[in-house]
Design a protein around this ligand. Sequence first.
Ligand SMILES: [Zn+2]
Ligand SMILES: [Zn+2]
Length: 286
Amino acid sequence: MMSEQQCDSLFHGRTAVLATQHRKEQVIAPLLQELGVQVVVPTIDTDQFGTFTRDIKRPGNQLSAARLKAEAALQLTGADLALASEGSFGMHPAIPFLPYSRELVVLIDRAHDLEIVGEALSTETNFSHIQVTRLEEAHTFAQQVGFPAHGLVVMAAPAAAPADILKGITAAADLTAAVIQMLDQFGQAHLETDMRAMHNPTRMKVIAQATENLIQKIRSCCPHCGCPGLDAVEQETGLPCAWCGSPTHLTLATRYACKKCSFQQRVLFPHRQEKADPAQCNYCNP
Ligand SMILES: [Zn+2]
Ligand SMILES: [Zn+2]
């Protein structure tokens, strides 16, 4: 079995290109230093791969968008190690009206033919929007979403054309001017939180969490081939109820798999809990 150091040493002393125009290096670079990796940002137009303000449609799913950015950075620079991140925002799948974000940070290593993906899910997001017909409503909304530390985007209506979207608003006077312009012209204004990382410190924090998850995965080595990135691929439900022993929907075991070789591992009680709270049981607490 290879030790942790042996497995993450694949990256020590190397330089990774990070495809970002939104200053994500501020949180990603210091964390990657833990692995001895220096992060550099090439000049690259990542907006061509889709933006949050919908002016360019995002191709494929979130992971393929991150992959595309990393691959473009590799191609552009000739480097063999790249990083890219991609976020998505919406409503929580299980809890109504709770905003929710998912950040991915992908590492692609051409030298060892590896792809490792860090992930963070968080309900800590200011992702929100509002339609207003009065200036005061706009400023109230701004206060609720952490303006001016968090930027805002203003347009006439959700379906506004790219050229008519005012992005990166971070000053009260600019917000007032933008909203008045829309109200005068269209009688209404549509405001959205600016989800670009440099205008959204809350999002930056979740990107940092996804980077920490990536580092954790890099340090998780396959006991068979020593390759980094041993990953949880399946959660098996059925943790027994503490009272009656019936299987619940809580996780009983996690299955890990190596992307390089066929090694697989089933780990029981991944949350260090061998019995489920009877409140989670269909029989004891219907
Ligand atoms: Zn392996
Ligand atoms: Zn029970």
